[in-house]
Ligand binder design. Sequence first.
Ligand code: SF4
Ligand code: SF4
Length: 63
Amino acid sequence: MKRIFTVKGGCVLCLNCVYQCPVRAISIIEDVSVVIDAGKCLGCGSCVEVCQMEAIIEKKEKE
Ligand code: SF4
Ligand code: SF4
């Protein structure tokens, strides 16, 4: 099962995760929030490692 990640509260828009993502699955919406496109995301977890705010968490999802 593919791992799914989501952005919870606490994001400070540092954009580390945006630059880290190998498939550009992370984007900024209206300069105020960061979202992960689950369709593009590979589930690699790299974005979690670079987020100093621990704002990205793994979401449990059934397939
Ligand atoms: S888990 Fe990997 S592919 Fe998915 S959003 Fe994070 S860096 Fe990108
Ligand atoms: S690395 Fe964390 S704090 Fe920085 S933009 Fe991404 S989710 Fe927000």
